[in-house]
Design a protein around this ligand. Structure first.
Ligand SMILES: *Cc1c(COP(=O)(O)O)cnc(C)c1O
Length: 404
């Protein structure tokens, strides 16, 4: 008799969130226990907490090639995005600039903030995204105006993993006196990011996407830009964001930034090799497509569409086999709307409905990739066997083959 295989658990949803690294937890623990002081207090435990926050600020700055005083800690990526965009809009509106450019495949933290500003009287241009998931600088350039206040464009897309030409866009914006914000939540800690080289004015990052805990992030704001205050109260974060600091979270973010910077090249190579093995294996499935450019993508991102498959049903079957994945962004799950990202790159709705995002990191192994490659194809086949859509696709295929 065949022995039942041990139930496996494979976490392949690292774009949704990552595990806190053991070193990060260790660094945080003292600030949840004996070193619990308020950083604003003058006695020893307060001074220790203050020093720890400032160390973390330097670590976060180093990850980006920034200066410590350019880093403002936030509650996460969404807050940093909202703050950055509203800040840039407010500053530029004083000079009569009320035009904002972004793209159709941004995170909702960016899209919804920009939509809100539009209701408040700003003009918005939404850039189209070609099928390869990379915004064209020429197209962006053609939309620039005298009154353009801000370009906000993500560094790497969270669903399809494509990396944007950030440095070219930064150069263009700096030449024209336009502020440039980038949501680098998926990039920071995973690929090299340098705010000086890429001429970035504002940048958002989030701790839980690179092995720090949830609920802490940072906004980088270039020196010389006078960042408007977000929260009223005390003098924390240079008087721009009041409230007692999330000391353990901030310490965790700092430690995670230092860890990420160490050995980034080797980690990228390791993760990209796993990703490539996964992509090569999955593309052997009939009518499976990789979403976005194959080369200009995050080391850990493998995003697909399977024709004739319902993505949510596939997720449930994968879950039964211990595989954690996503159809796209976590924010879109639970809704039956297809992903705005996949529609933006021109996929028809019925193809976009068959999406699967697998996102790997350095904790994943070749054995795990091979486990996914073994489990996935029969599940796709099972769903297709029940799908009227698949039947129709096959008939159409035969018909067009017949035509030669
Ligand atoms: C996760 C994510 C965010 C939101 O970050 P939170 O810390 O969860 O608020 C914003 N943008 C992108 C691209 C993301 O992947």
């Amino acid at each position: 008799m065949k022995r039942a295989a041990a139930k496996r658990y494979v976490y392949a949803d690292n774009a949704a969130t990552t595990a806190v690294a053991p070193q990060v937890l260790q660094a945080m623990l003292p600030y949840l226990t004996e070193r619990f002081g308020n950083p604003s207090s003058l006695y020893a435990s307060g001074r220790e907490a203050k020093a720890a926050v400032e160390t973390a600020r330097s670590q976060a700055a180093a990850l980006l090639g920034a200066q410590p005083e350019e880093i403002f800690f936030t509650s996460g990526g969404s807050e940093a995005d909202t703050w950055a965009i509203r800040a840039a809009a407010a500053l530029q509106a004083k000079q009569g600039k009320r035009h904002i450019i972004t793209s159709r495949f941004e995170h909702h933290a960016v899209l919804h903030t920009v939509e809100q500003l539009q209701r408040e009287g700003f003009e918005v241009t939404l850039l189209n995204v070609p099928a390869d998931g990379i915004v064209r600088v020429k197209e962006l350039e053609a939309t620039l105006r005298e009154d353009t206040a801000l370009v906000t464009l993500l560094y790497a897309n969270n669903e399809i993993g494509t990396i944007q030409p950030v440095s070219e866009i930064g150069r263009l914006c700096r030449e024209r006196g336009i502020l440039f914000h980038t949501d680098a939540v998926q990039a920071a800690g995973h690929i090299p990011v340098d705010v000086v080289v890429s001429r970035i004015d504002l940048l958002s990052l989030s701790g839980h996407k690179f092995h720090a805990p949830k609920g802490v992030g940072a906004l980088y704001c270039r020196r010389g830009i006078s960042l408007p205050r977000l929260i009223e109260g005390g003098a924390q974060e240079q008087g721009r964001r009041a409230g007692t600091e999330n000391v353990p979270g901030i310490v965790g973010l700092g430690e995670a930034a230092a860890l990420a910077q160490e050995g980034m090249e080797a980690r990228m190579r390791y993760v990209a090799a796993l990703r490539d093995r996964l992509i090569d294996g999955i593309l052997k499935i009939e009518r499976a497509h990789l979403n976005g450019d194959r080369r200009h993508r995050l080391p850990g991102n493998a995003s697909f569409c399977f024709e004739g498959v319902d993505g949510e049903s596939l997720l449930h079957l994968l879950d039964l086999h211990g595989i954690c994945a996503s159809t796209g962004s976590a924010c879109a799950s639970g809704s039956t709307e297809p992903s705005h990202v996949l529609l933006a790159i021109g996929l028809p709705q019925e193809v976009a409905n068959g999406s699967l995002r697998l996102t790997l990191d350095e904790n994943n192994t070749v054995e795990e990739v091979d486990y996914i490659l073994k489990q996935l194809p029969p599940l796709v086949e099972r769903l297709r066997a029940l799908s009227p859509l698949w039947e129709r696709i096959q008939k159409q295929g035969e018909a067009s083959n017949g035509k030669g």
